[in-house]
Design a binder for this molecule. Structure first.
Ligand code: ATP
Ligand code: MG
Ligand code: MG
Ligand code: MG
Length: 471
C-alpha cells in the first residue's frame, strides 16, 4: 500500500519508539550549541554534546527526524539540486542514536528489520559498504542480513570513517544503498561511476568507537555509541516505487503548484527550474520559520542566495509577478502538520519572500541583459570574466552561484579568481574611503570581522571530515 512521506516519517519514529528510543523533536536549523556551524546538517548535531559526554539527557537512546540544510561548507549540495535525483538543500534526516547503550550488532539489526521486515524492501536490492578494516561490521552484515560477500563492499576512504573534527569520538561507518535498477545510469559504491542515481545511499550507520585527539586515535571509547542518518526523501522515493526524490508525493505537489501558478509544463526544459523552485521553497520556508532572514552576510546571505536562485528560475519560466510567496500554502499543506512552526510563521515566510522577490526583480532584467550581452560573444567551454560576475553581484544583486547556475546550461564558467580579486579591490577601496573620512580604528576592526565572517561562512565542514561532523 502507498505510504506518504508523512507516513514514512511516522513509521520510522514509531518503530524506534517501540524499541525503547525517546522520540525527540527536530532541533531548529540554526545550531544551538555550535557557533561555528552555519546550519544543522545532520541528525547528530543537536546530540553532539551528549556523544562527547559534556551533557546528559534523561534517555540513553533516541530517534528523531531532523531538519537539515546543506548549502554551504564542504557539504554543499546546492549545485546538485535540480540536476541529481537525490540531493536537496533542505532535507529531513531520520536517525536513531545510542549513547553508550547498544552498538553495531543492534544498529545493523534495527536497520535491517525496519527496511526489509517492516517496510518490506527486497533484500536483493540492498548493498552495503563497511570501512575496509571493519571485519566486525562485515561479519555482522553477513550474519544478520545474510548478504553475500560481494554486496558488502569494503571502502577505504573517509566516506566510511567518521570523525567529529580533530578531537572527540570517531569510528567506521556503514552505508546502505538501494539499487534502483540498471535502467538508471550509475555504478555500485566504490566504483568509478558511483555518483550516478542508480545506487542511492539511503542510510548511514556511524559506529563511534574510538577517541581522537589532534587527529590521532588515542584509544577506545569506554562506551561505544551509535549515530545513524537516513534521508527521508530518498527512502520515500524507494518506498513509493520511483527512483527520483522529485517524484515523491511532497515534491510532486510542490512542483504541480509551481506548474499551475506559472502555467507551464513541469517536464522537459522546465524540469530543473521547477525542481529548484520546489527545493528552495522548502529551504527558504524552514529557514525563515527558524528565524533566519535574507541578508548580505552569514546565514542570511546563504538564504538570500537560495531565494534569488529560485526567483531567477521563476523568471525563466515566464513569471511576470513574484511567485515564491504564492507557493507557501502548498508547502504548509504538505509539511505543516509535521512542522507546526511553518504554520506559525506563514505570514512572515510569505512577506519575506514577497519583499525579496520584489527587490530582486527590480534589477533582475537589467542583470540578465548584461549577462546576455557578455555571453553573446562567448562559446561553450568559455569563462566569463571575473569583473563581469562581480558587477552582476555588486550592481544587480546576483549571487555568484546564481550566475554560475545561469551559465551552466551554456556550459560556461566564471573566472573565480578574477571575481574574488574584484571583490577584494572593492573592499580595499571602501576601507580607504573610511580612513579618508577620518573614521576611527574601530571601523578597521569592523572590516576585519566582516572579512573573517565572510571567509568562515562556508567552513561548516572540513575536506577530510566524515559525515555529520562539526568543525
Ligand atoms: P551523498 O554521498 O549521497 O551525498 P552523504 O554521504 O553526504 O550522502 P550523510 O552525511 O551520510 O550523506 O547523511 C546521511 C543520509 O542523509 C544519507 O545517507 C542520505 O540518505 C541523506 N542525505 C545526505 N545529503 C542529502 C541531500 N543533500 N539531500 C537529501 N538527502 C541527503
Ligand atoms: Mg554528500
Ligand atoms: Mg555518501
Ligand atoms: Mg553518507
Amino acid at each position: 500500500h502507498f505510504m506518504s512521506t508523512n507516513d514514512i516519517r511516522r513509521s520510522f519514529l514509531d518503530y524506534f519508539e517501540k524499541a525503547g528510543h525517546a522520540r525527540v523533536a527536530s532541533a531548529p536549523l540554526v545550531p544551538q550549541n555550535d557557533p561555528t556551524l552555519m546550519f544543522v546538517n545532520a541528525g547528530m548535531v543537536p546530540f553532539k554534546n551528549v556523544f562527547t559526554g559534556l551533557e546528559t539527557r534523561p534517555y540513553g537512546t533516541a530517534a528523531s527526524s531532523q531538519k537539515c540544510v546543506r548549502a554551504g561548507g564542504k557539504h554543499n549540495d546546492l549545485d546538485n539540486v535540480g540536476y541529481t535525483a537525490r540531493h536537496h538543500t533542505f532535507f529531513e534526516m531520520l536517525g536513531n542514536f545510542s549513547f553508550g547503550q547498544y552498538f553495531k550488532d543492534q544498529a545493523i539489526t534495527h536497520a535491517w528489520t525496519l527496511l526489509t521486515k517492516v517496510w518490506g524492501l527486497p533484500a536483493d536490492k540492498l548493498t552495503v559498504t563497511v570501512y575496509h578494516t571493519d571485519d566486525e561490521a562485515f561479519d555482522l552484515w553477513k550474519r544478520i542480513a545474510g548478504l553475500p560477500d560481494d554486496r558488502i563492499i569494503r571502502i577505504a576512504t573517509s566516506d566510511n570513517f567518521w570523525t567529529m573534527g580533530d578531537s572527540g569520538p570517531c569510528g567506521p561507518c556503514s552505508e546502505i544503498f538501494y539499487d534502483h535498477g540498471d535502467h538508471i545510469p550509475g555504478g555500485p559504491p566504490g566504483s568509478p561511476d558511483e555518483d550516478g542515481d542508480r545506487f542511492v545511499e539511503i542510510w548511514n550507520l556511524v559506529f563511534m568507537q574510538y577517541e581522537q585527539l589532534d587527529n590521532a586515535i588515542v584509544g577506545d571509547l569506554p562506551k561505544p555509541s551509535i549515530d545513524t542518518g537516513m534521508g527521508l526523501e530518498r527512502v520515500a522515493a524507494v518506498l513509493q516505487g520511483c527512483h527520483d526524490n522529485y517524484d515523491t508525493d511532497t515534491f510532486k505537489a510542490l512542483i504541480a503548484a509551481s506548474g499551475a501558478l506559472t502555467g507551464t509544463a513541469t517536464t522537459g526544459d522546465n524540469q530543473a527550474s521547477h525542481r529548484i523552485i520546489a527545493d528552495h521553497l522548502r529551504t527558504s520556508g524552514f529557514l525563515v520559520a527558524d528565524g533566519v532572514l535574507p541578508a548580505n552576510e552569514g546565514r542570511g546571505y546563504v538564504l538570500r542566495r537560495i531565494m534569488r536562485r529560485a526567483m531567477r528560475h521563476a523568471h525563466l519560466l515566464g513569471a511576470k509577478e513574484p511567485l515564491m510567496h504564492r507557493l507557501v500554502p502548498s508547502l504548509i499543506a504538505e509539511m505543516g502538520a509535521a512542522y507546526p512552526e511553518l504554520l506559525r510563521a506563514q505570514a512572515s515566510i510569505e512577506s519575506t519572500l514577497l519583499q525579496e522577490e520584489r527587490q530582486f526583480r527590480r534589477t533582475l532584467t537589467n542583470g540578465l541583459r548584461l549577462l546576455d550581452e557578455a555571453t553573446a560573444t562567448m562559446s561553450a567551454g568559455d569563462t566569463l570574466p571575473g569583473d563581469t560576475a562581480f558587477k552582476l553581484y555588486d550592481t544587480f544583486g546576483f549571487p555568484y552561484d546564481l550566475t554560475e547556475d545561469a551559465l551552466r546550461g551554456l556550459d560556461m564558467h566564471i573566472d573565480r579568481a578574477g571575481f574574488e580579486a574584484a571583490m577584494a579591490e572593492q573592499k580595499r577601496a571602501a576601507r580607504a574611503a573610511w580612513k579618508g573620512s577620518g573614521a576611527k580604528a574601530s571601523d578597521d576592526i569592523w572590516f576585519d570581522i566582516a572579512e573573517q565572517s565572510g571567509s568562515t561562512e562556508f567552513l561548516g565542514y572540513t575536506a577530510t571530515a566524515g559525515e555529520g561532523q562539526v568543525v
